[in-house]
Write a protein that binds this ligand. Structure first.
Ligand code: COA
Length: 424
């Protein structure tokens, strides 16, 4: 038994933000039926191709545990099938450009008419207002949501982060909105509209930077390195390099081998509670009691000196040795792990966070499994569907088309070229 067993999702999503959301729902047990344009499918199927002829990793890694039906939602028979899907499903998830569903003839009003219990969940770039009609991709959202202006170093340009907080981050927000709406429907019997705007999702994840924006009114942000360096603050939250975002100063420091290994670094946090242990480890026992160093507020204008001393020590150790020495002393540190190291991490494979999946076109590949573990709803990651792999199966098993009626739909061209063995 899976948590969302019995929940049917009409998955009208593409690219990354929507698919991450529906993939999570599929992992929790929902039946996710991905609707794709005949012969074309989700654009990511053929983006960043590494194995000629095979679905790309971009697509396969975002669409596990789903079924795929080809459907032209703009022709008459296609609209008929889509209407049947809306009748049968509990949730419609989409991340088309603003207005695309209305242009297909499926406004929220029409969707509610067809099925008043349905939840319609959308990702858009912006919420209602000046920019609501814009098409938006990941990095645009990172810029518009406050992440880019607060990422990078003070003397450099804004920087986007490798974490896909605009796409996958918004997909996560949307998934929470969907299960919350499903929960409310249990009591009201009604569906509702769920919107997750990418700008809002990014800003939500940048909450601490809006905190700092307001703190600026009370004076300089003393935990930022620029305070100790005597660099004045401007009107907006500045870029803070690798400074910690919390009240415990932290930095990325070089470790043994940094000259040749781009990832031979550790994060090191000078948590107040373990200051004495830090002083002993780095060979500065005098700082435990010395005026100007003994308490956190005294150290705020000396962060460069403090971290230089710590780095002089971390440079004599590998990032894993730093971890081994600091962990037993409760000093929070973290090695900078490369994607190669993560891909080869046995522990992550044992927990299912990294999974190896077999695919008929591309063979075996690695993916990130479900990052949320439910003790009563285990996840089995299965490969992404081929384009239209389940068209006949969905038409007959989910929508009840059979005999001449099924032949009519298939013959109409609305569902692409159905392969004879597709339903097997
Ligand atoms: N049958 C027929 N037509 C279909 C179809 C189907 N099964 N699926 C999609 N289409 C049509 C749409 O109706 C739309 O037609 P229209 O422009 O005539 O209304 C067209 O395909 C293109 O859809 P669109 O969403 O505009 O795709 P795009 O490639 O031009 O834009 C995005 C891509 C991501 C920029 C855009 O979808 C968007 O801004 N989405 C919201 C924000 C978002 O999720 N961004 C992050 C993506 S990771």
């Amino acid at each position: 038994m899976k948590a969302l067993e019995g929940v049917k999702i009409l998955d009208f999503t593409h690219v990354q933000s929507g698919p991450t959301c529906t993939q999570l729902l599929a992992w929790f047990g929902a039946d996710v039926i991905k609707v794709e344009r005949p012969g074309v499918g989700d654009a990511t199927r053929k983006q960043l191709v590494d194995v000629p002829g095979a679905d790309s990793l971009y697509f396969t890694m975002l669409n596990h545990n789903k079924r795929s039906i080809e459907l032209n939602s703009k022709n008459e028979t296609g609209k008929e099938v889509l209407t049947r899907l809306i009748q049968e499903c509990d949730v419609l998830v989409e991340n088309f450009a603003p207005g695309a569903l209305d242009r297909m003839g499926f406004s929220w009003e029409r969707i509610q008419e067809i099925n008043p219990r349905i939840i319609m969940a959308s990702v858009k770039g912006f919420g209602p207002g000046q920019y609501e009609d814009c098409k938006v991709y990941e990095n645009v959202a990172q810029c518009a949501g406050g992440a880019a202006s607060t990422t990078g170093f003070l003397d450099g340009p804004p920087v986007v982060t490798g974490a896909q907080i605009g796409d996958s981050g918004t997909g996560l927000h949307l998934a929470l909105g969907i299960v919350t709406a499903l929960f409310q429907r249990e009591k009201t019997g009604r569906g509702q509209k769920v919107l997750a705007a990418m700008q809002d999702g990014v800003l939500n994840l940048c909450r601490v930077k809006l905190r700092d924006q307001q703190r600026l009114a009370a004076g300089p942000l003393k935990e930022y390195s620029q305070f100790g360096e005597g660099v004045p603050f401007g009107e907006a939250t500045p870029r803070a390099g690798n400074d910690s975002g919390g009240g415990q100063p932290g930095r990325i420091l070089k470790c043994k081998g940094w000259e040749t290994d781009a990832n031979a670094y550790t994060y090191f946090i000078t948590q107040a509670a373990v200051w004495e242990a830090i002083c002993d480890v780095i060979g500065k026992p005098e700082w435990k009691t010395q005026e100007g160093y003994a308490t956190p507020p005294e150290r705020l204008d000396k962060l460069n000196e403090v971290f230089d001393a710590i780095e002089a020590w971390t440079m004599t150790k590998t990032k894993f040795e730093v971890m081994d020495i600091c962990n037993p002393l409760n000093i929070p540190v973290g090695p900078i792990l490369s994607m190669k190291e993560l891909a080869e991490d046995d522990g992550l494979r044992e927990t299912g966070t990294i999974v190896e999946v077999d695919h008929p076109e591309r063979g075996s590949y690695l993916s990130v499994g479900c990052p949320i573990k439910l003790s009563d709803s285990p996840v089995d990651v299965t490969r992404s569907p081929l384009l239209g792999e389940h068209t006949t199966e969905v038409l007959s098993e989910v929508l009840g088309y059979s005999g001449e009626d099924l032949d009519r739909v298939i013959g109409s061209g609305a569902v692409g070229e159905v392969k004879a063995d597709a339903a097997e």
